[in-house]
Every structure is written in structure tokens, then in C-alpha cells.
Design a protein around this ligand. Structure first.
Ligand SMILES: [Zn+2]
Length: 210
């Protein structure tokens, strides 16, 4: 349904010579292929290609879901106390990466280290240390132990199967997300909702699906 609607819409825009800078979708492989085809057609017509961006809301949701599941294991209860911080750190990384895929990758991969009490990363090229100041000694939240099952589960959640989530980070540097749309859909139901994002071109694509 979604690839079909996207194809229809993009076809109309191309024919009317309306330029689109960024298109944000979920991490569907069929949409990835569609964008490749559309961009080939745009280049043939001497029009600027569309930058395909993945929705970071879906990424954060998937990582958090895996961590919540893992935290139900007896050996991973420590991970449970970090869920809220983890969500905040992920959002912060996406918002602060300045469009740089390497910086984003290094920031995201520093999260498990921060959670285990390591705050300097000399092996990195861009993100050498955490941005917070000195941490007090009286912290009640326990650090995750390196090599623990909690740490293993956290790394797996961030990296995804065969590092698939990590590889997709290159397409999430624009801080594009559909959290507003998803929340509205969840509250009111997909078919009943009619919302217009006239002022923010980043959201125009989703208008069509309502
Ligand atoms: Zn830190």
C-alpha cells in the first residue's frame, strides 16, 4: 500500500516538475528501491534527485522495544533502569549529529560505553568524550558491567541483526521523524485523521496518505 501510494505521488510530482529535497519513510526495502528508480528518472529529466531519509522515530522505537524485552530477563534488570535515559540519548544523538553520518555513528556507539561508566573514546575520530560534566559519586543508577548479558542485549538492540540498524544510520542524519503523525494515528485511527502540515515541508509527504 505505502510503496504504491508513494510511487503514484512521486510520479505526479515528477511529471509536474515539482522538486522534493528529502523524502522520509520507514526502513522498507521496497521504498528504497522505489527511490532509486525515481532518482534515475529525475536525473534523466535533469532534475535534482531526492534524498531518501529514514524515520528516526521508528529506529528509536525498535531499539527501546528490544531493550524493554531484554530487561524482563532476570540477568538484565539493570538495563531496565536505563530505558528512559537510553531513549533521551538516542534522540539527542540524532538531533546533534549536524548531518554527519560518522559523528552520528560514533555518538550512537558511545551510548553503551557511557552506560558502563566509560566517558572517553580516544579511538573515535569525531566524538572523543561524553558532553556531560563530572558525574557525582552518589549516583544511585548502576552502570552496566562490560561483558554482561545486559550489555550484550543493549549492543544487539542498537546494532540490529547483522548490524542492519547501524548501517541504516547513514540515512538518518537529517533529524526527520514522524512521531507527530504516528501519535495522531494512534489516537484517532488511520482513516479518520485529516491533518495538514502546510508550514513544514518536511511533513508534506504524509499528508497524501490521509
Ligand atoms: Zn558519559
Amino acid at each position: 500500500m505505502e510503496p504504491f501510494a508513494a510511487k503514484l505521488l512521486l510520479g505526479r510530482l515528477v511529471r509536474k516538475k515539482i522538486g522534493v529535497r528529502v523524502l522520509t519513510t520507514d526502513r522498507s526495502s521496497s521504498l528504497k528501491k522505489l527511490l532509486r528508480d525515481v532518482n534515475a528518472e529525475l536525473r534523466r529529466r535533469k532534475m535534482a534527485p531526492i534524498k531518501h531519509s529514514y524515520d528516526i522515530w521508528h529506529f528509536v522505537k525498535a531499539v527501546i522495544k528490544d531493550c524493554i524485552l531484554a530487561a524482563k530477563l532476570k540477568k538484565c534488570q539493570t538495563l531496565g533502569s536505563w530505558i528512559k535515559s537510553l531513549r533521551n540519548m538516542l534522540w539527542y544523538c540524532f538531533s546533534a549529529c549536524k548531518g554527519d553520518p560518522l559523528l552520528l555513528r560514533e555518538m550512537i556507539l558511545s551510548i553503551p560505553k557511557h552506560i558502563s561508566g566509560v566517558h572517553e573514546f580516544p579511538e573515535n575520530k569525531l566524538f572523543k568524550r561524553c558532553l556531560h560534566g563530572e558525574l557525582g559519586e552518589d549516583r544511585s543508577k548502576p552502570w552496566l558491567k562490560p561483558g554482561s548479558l545486559s550489555m550484550k542485549k543493549l549492543n544487539e538492540a542498537i546494532r540490529g541483526k547483522k548490524d542492519c540498524r547501524l548501517k541504516d544510520l547513514d540515512m538518518m542524519t537529517e533529524f526527520q521523524h514522524t512521531s507527530v503523525n504516528e501519535n495522531i494515528n494512534a489516537r484517532h485511527g488511520f482513516k479518520k485523521t485529516r491533518v495538514f502540515f502546510k508550514k513544514n515541508p518536511a511533513h508534506w509527504f504524509f499528508l497524501v496518505f490521509w
